[in-house]
Design a protein around this ligand. Structure first.
Ligand SMILES: Cc1cc2nc3c(=O)[nH]c(=O)nc-3n(C[C@H](O)[C@H](O)[C@H](O)COP(=O)(O)OP(=O)(O)OC[C@H]3O[C@@H](n4cnc5c(N)ncnc54)[C@H](O)[C@@H]3O)c2cc1C
Length: 602
């Protein structure tokens, strides 16, 4: 179905508007072309990456580079690059799909791939001049050159605009000299191009530059030794030093002082892609875990028959299913928004930029949620393997170490949690997402007498969808009162912001799973979706619990007296089921399905 301005929500609007299940995109909607791309990527991963895991673990950086070249030969590096610059020019969903399925072999390759195609290439496709794009993008799209992104410095991490690297204009006005030190730079060991951020004079904001790096003619660029890291061991990560590195003025990216904006927008795309890059790992870990659990016997019983193990298998599968539901929902919103902007006359470049920026809240939400899911999934994977899980000879150990970085880079999860709430507040102020009107309605509702009627919940997901509405009211009740209490000072109430972000995250993920499953039940029949229905219900149950806890913590931290009492009552009302799901039954059903199929099968 073609998206229209009406059928597609603006970023953040999921919180205040209902979405019809027919309006969400799901992995079951992949086109034939997307299915073929998915198969090709899985085949590449199975052939080139997975069997060579020991080489990645042995820090064979050259091998990472070799695999990147092969990915380039197959066109995987160019999916998101417009055809005019030698790319395949596929849409955002396809871009996410490639990131998803190429990333599960090892975090090392996943990081190299993500750093090159995302933050290493995107700033040029999004902000480059025509000359810059013609000169550099085709080389990056084919893998002739690899890209890296040099933002972080020893004293400028989360506070990315505080970097000390300088760019000084030459007397003849033809070039800049870059001086400074960058650290934690992925792909630095084999890149041929760097996106470097530096400050000109005492500008408020940094500026971006495209810097070529030819090892034969290093132009003042030196690299530190490879970092010794907990995981992603064959991802090249070094410090980069610039000593009077000469960069022609025409290599400035965007305008002077626009670097921070460029850096942040590149990260928005990076965030949803990183979320995507954590999905197939969860599928694979779940598959390996169930295969092991079906084989391994203790007390003359397969360990997969123990309730304690079934809980893990069910939760692992559920989180993977829910994460993919949310990721592809947002990816299609981005793709549709880009298409609408192109139709309205925007250049593709501008449309893509604004399209992704529109959904920056969802990008942060997904990054946080799915990076935490992969961490939990790999942790439970180790637990299911028992002692063997702790051994380097089994895949769980490396999966766990590799997963850890995803909570740190592309903006730490603390920063991303705060970003999501901050952006929502900004959108509310701009009038893009009206939070105030529904927040007032919730306040009024709380003053009134609750309905005593028992609702008819016979239709699929009717209670769950009501619950989602109530969870949204919970957010609005707390956010509305917090804004009234703290006003501009809300920014400094970090614990409150983080709790609010957790509520947002749970709402978005739970709703996405319900909508996907409802859509599939409608078109394929409810009986085909029995386990997916169980997963959507199980996730929602946990979401309600988390929201109740975070809500309570927030309310008692800032509300007092009658207001506190009223809000706590409201919280109780909005987090109460009429019919509680039997989550033990739900988990058993999910686990039995995964066990019977001997793999993640959704
Ligand atoms: C393996 C690896 C690869 C990387 N690749 C790249 C790359 O290719 N290019 C690049 O430019 N960078 C890269 N990075 C850097 C990465 O983006 C940063 O590590 C990250 O942004 C965090 O910065 P930091 O390490 O300085 O931590 P800090 O900013 O010092 O943060 C430390 C802790 O304090 C918290 N914190 C910081 N500020 C706040 C705040 N305002 N409020 C609340 N909590 C706060 C953080 O959440 C974190 O928990 C990479 C890092 C690693 C480890």
């Amino acid at each position: 179905m073609k998206a229209t301005e009406k059928s597609i929500l603006r970023g953040g609007q999921f919180l205040v508007k209902e979405t019809n299940c027919d309006d969400v995109f799901t992995p079951e909607d992949f086109s034939e072309e997307q299915k073929m791309m998915k198969d090709a990527v899985i085949e590449f991963n199975d052939r080139e990456i997975i069997p060579n895991k020991p080489r990645f673990e042995a820090k064979d950086y050259a091998f990472t580079e070799e695999c990147m070249r092969k990915a380039g030969d197959l066109g995987f590096l160019s999916v998101a690059v417009p055809e005019a610059y030698g790319g395949l020019g596929m849409g955002f969903v396809s871009t996410l799909l490639v990131c998803d399925y190429i990333s599960s072999g090892t975090g090392s390759f996943s990081t190299a791939f993500g750093a090159h195609t995302g933050i290493g290439t995107l700033p040029i496709t999004l902000y480059g001049t025509e000359e810059q794009k013609q000169k550099y993008v085709p080389k990056l799209a084919t893998g002739e050159w690899f890209g890296s992104y040099c933002l972080t410095e020893p004293e400028a991490g989360s506070d990315a605009n505080s970097g000390k690297t300088t760019a000084t204009l030459s007397k003849d006005g033809k070039s800049y000299k870059i001086n400074g030190q960058k650290m934690w730079i992925s792909n630095s060991g084999f890149c041929r191009l760097m996106i470097v951020f530096a400050r000109i004079e005492d500008d408020k904001y940094i500026t971006g530059f495209i810097v070529e790096y030819d090892k034969e003619k290093p132009n003042g660029i030196t690299l530190g030794e490879e970092e010794h890291k907990l995981g992603i061991r064959a991802s090249s990560t070094r410090q980069v030093f610039f000593n009077d590195t000469v960069v022609p003025v025409e290599n400035m990216l965007g305008g002077r002082g626009e670097g921070f904006k460029i850096a942040m927008n590149a990260l928005n795309v990076g965030r949803i892609k990183l979320a995507g890059a954590c999905l197939d790992s969860q599928r694979r870990i779940t598959t390996m875990a169930v295969q092991y659990a079906n084989e391994r016997k203790q007390f003359k019983t397969r360990i997969s028959d123990f309730g304690a193990i079934k809980v893990k298998l069910a939760e692992m599968a559920t989180n993977a299913y829910v994460g993919e539901s949310a990721c592809y929902r947002a990816a299609k919103n981005i793709e549709d928004r880009i298409a609408l902007r192109v139709e309205a006359g925007n250049s593709h470049q501008e449309a893509e930029l604004k399209g992704v920026e529109e959904y920056a809240i969802e990008c942060s939400i997904l990054k946080v949620a799915i990076s935490e899911d992969i961490q939990d999934c790999s942790d439970e994977g180790i637990q299911i393997y028992g002692g063997m899980g702790f051994s380097e000879d089994t895949p769980m150990e490396a999966a766990w170490r590799d997963a850890r970085i995803t909570r740190i880079y592309e903006g730490t999860n603390e920063i991303n949690r705060m970003v999501s709430v901050d952006l929502l507040a900004k959108k509310a102020m701009k009038g893009h997402v009206d939070i105030l009107t529904p927040a007032k309605e919730v306040q009024e509702e709380l003053m009134g007498i609750p309905s005593m009627e028992t609702p008819d919940y016979s239709e699929l997901f009717s209670e769950e969808k009501d619950m989602i509405k109530k969870l949204k009211k919970t957010f609005l009740m707390i956010a509305g009162a917090a804004v009234q209490k703290f006003g501009q000072e809300l920014d400094s109430q970090q614990q409150l912001l983080i709790a609010a972000a957790d509520i947002l995250i749970e709402i978005y993920l739970a709703e996405s799973a319900i909508l996907r499953t409802e859509k599939n039940a409608k078109r394929f029949g409810e009986e085909t979706q029995a386990i997916q229905i169980a997963m959507a219900k199980l996730y929602l149950y946990h979401a309600v619990d988390i929201i109740e806890e975070k809500g309570k913590e927030s309310i008692i931290s800032f509300a007092e007296g009658d207001q506190q009492k009223m809000m706590l009552m409201g919280l109780k009302r909005y987090t109460k089921y009429v019919n509680y799901p039997d989550i033990v039954d739900l988990r058993n059903a999910i686990a039995e399905k995964v066990k019977a199929e001997n793999k993640y099968c959704f």
